[in-house]
Design a protein around this ligand. Structure first.
Ligand code: ATP
Ligand code: MG
Ligand code: FE
Length: 339
């Protein structure tokens, strides 16, 4: 079956079309530039942008796939978590398409979709696998027996998400929003061992994370330098901060694999696009005999294909479709794969 996925949880209007695990189209309209001057996503601006972008983005996706709307067999849409108003735009559009076409509608969890998307690149997920979800709003370690049916949370951040830490540190360093990709880029010119920043909760025996102490440590370090009239070498600070984050992430991910006797690790979410995280994870997985899967960077950040991918799994698993009036849930827990 052909599944069309709609994503509007934050500032990306994403539409994807898949058949099974084959990606046929993936189109995105982003309002990120409208938010940049505010240093963060403005919910009202995002909702309005989704409204304007929805129809053209669906049309571009159909064109990319060489299909007509009437070819679509099922609609999947992000039902949460995310910005309430933004989610509602996607849910209303998805309902209209499903009603108009007379096809089933699936309301899915955005975070589970960040996990499911990897299948479009690397095929069906091993059951079970360990998934590390690192994004702008979440950082979690998950045991995934079956992404269409069951996701178990093993640990998560007790304060800031990894992507949030990247964005806040970027701001301290005078880099544009969203800061993750900028830190990734400038860090290549710096040394990850220039400054020894703290690694929160590294050996505390849990699978939880903490990044707010690190963020504060970077801000204090930069302030102290400025107060002393010394110059701050941005690439070194960026690289050292990034190293602290990816060191903790990769170590905890491998601890999770070991603890649960699982040999397959998946990394997903926007921060999985980070080049240093990808490299260090590969190095450490190789050393531990763990197989690593990370989607290409364009599938790590928010997109519609990830929603279509999870929808496709739900269809294949014979899951009952959602009610047409899908409740958008801004704080949907990771354990709720679909509604
Ligand atoms: P969530 O998925 O938790 O609802 P979100 O949808 O806003 O949050 P994503 O789009 O999945 O988050 O990820 C965006 C985050 O990823 C931002 O914080 C951004 O800075 C970060 N990010 C993107 N690319 C990189 C990169 N190369 N290095 C580090 N961080 C990155
Ligand atoms: Mg975004
Ligand atoms: Fe996301």
């Amino acid at each position: 079956p052909l599944v069309l996925g709609i994503e509007t949880s934050c500032d990306e209007t994403g539409v994807g079309i898949v058949r099974g695990h084959t990606l046929l189209a993936n189109t995105i309209a982003s309002s990120v530039e409208e938010h940049a001057r505010f240093g963060g996503v403005v919910p009202e601006v995002a909702s309005r942008a989704h409204l304007e972008a929805m129809t053209p983005t669906v049309e571009r996706a159909l064109e990319q796939a060489g299909l007509r709307l009437s070819d679509i067999d099922a609609i999947a849409v992000t039902a949460g978590p995310g910005l309430a108003g933004a989610l509602l735009v996607g849910v209303a559009a998805a309902k209209a398409y499903a009603l108009g076409l007379g096809v089933p509608l699936y309301g899915v969890n955005h975070l589970a979709a960040h996990v499911a998307v990897d299948q479009l690149e690397h095929g069906a997920l091993p059951k079970p696998c360990i998934a590390m979800l690192v994004s702008g709003g979440h950082s979690s370690l998950l045991l995934v027996p079956d992404v269409a049916r069951e996701v178990v949370s093993l640990g998560s951040t007790v304060d800031d998400a990894a992507g949030e830490a990247f964005d806040k540190v970027a701001r301290v360093l005078g880099l544009p929003f969203p800061g993750g990709p900028h830190i990734d880029r400038v860090a290549r010119e710096g040394s990850g061992s220039a400054v020894a920043f703290p690694r929160g909760k590294l050996d505390d025996g849990t699978l939880d994370f903490s990044f707010s102490g690190l963020k504060t440590a970077v801000a204090r370090w930069v302030e102290a330098k400025e107060r002393a009239g010394e110059s701050v070498h941005v690439p070194d600070v960026a690289a050292s901060f990034q190293e602290a984050v990816v060191d903790v992430l990769t170590r905890k991910a491998l601890q999770a694999c070991k603890r649960y006797g699982v040999q397959d690790l998946l990394i997903g979410g926007g921060v999985a696009a980070n080049s240093r995280l990808r490299a260090l994870a590969q190095e450490r997985c190789d050393a531990a005999g763990v197989r690593l899967r990370v989607p290409r960077p364009g599938l790590c950040t928010d997109n519609g294909a990830m929603v279509a991918a999870l929808g496709s799994d739900l269809v294949a698993a014979g899951v009952t479709p959602s009610l047409l009036d899908i409740p958008a849930d801004s704080s949907m827990p990771i354990t709720t794969v679909h509604v």
